[in-house]
Design a protein around this ligand. Sequence first.
Ligand code: FES
Length: 123
Amino acid sequence: MPPVPPRLALCASAELLDGRYLKAPITFEGQREECLLIRFAGTAYAYINRCVHMPRRLDCEQPAVFDADGRHLRCSMHGIVYTPQTGTSLSALCEGKQLRALGVYEENGEVGLADFRVGASQG
Ligand code: FES
């Protein structure tokens, strides 16, 4: 059997509404990072909360990571927009660059990370 990645539960499925997000401190590849867990069109996705343009959080200037119509993620610093499903920049600025995606699981009413690179939560 292939090795199973460790799981880090983040919230109940019902808490992660469509078009919403939550943030959680994690250890990623031994570094303290912030995880961005989103739900878009029913599916949960997770990324390291760091823009591809500069090392800023997407919500560094405003408490939001989705754009006004909820179709894309958007960095509040200089406005790069990303595809929610892949974290790919659609903007001329950094076009094609991708947010660092994390493995996600959703099972038995719980959603969280399932990723070999993720260690224990930093609380
Ligand atoms: S830091 Fe995100 S768009 Fe510039």
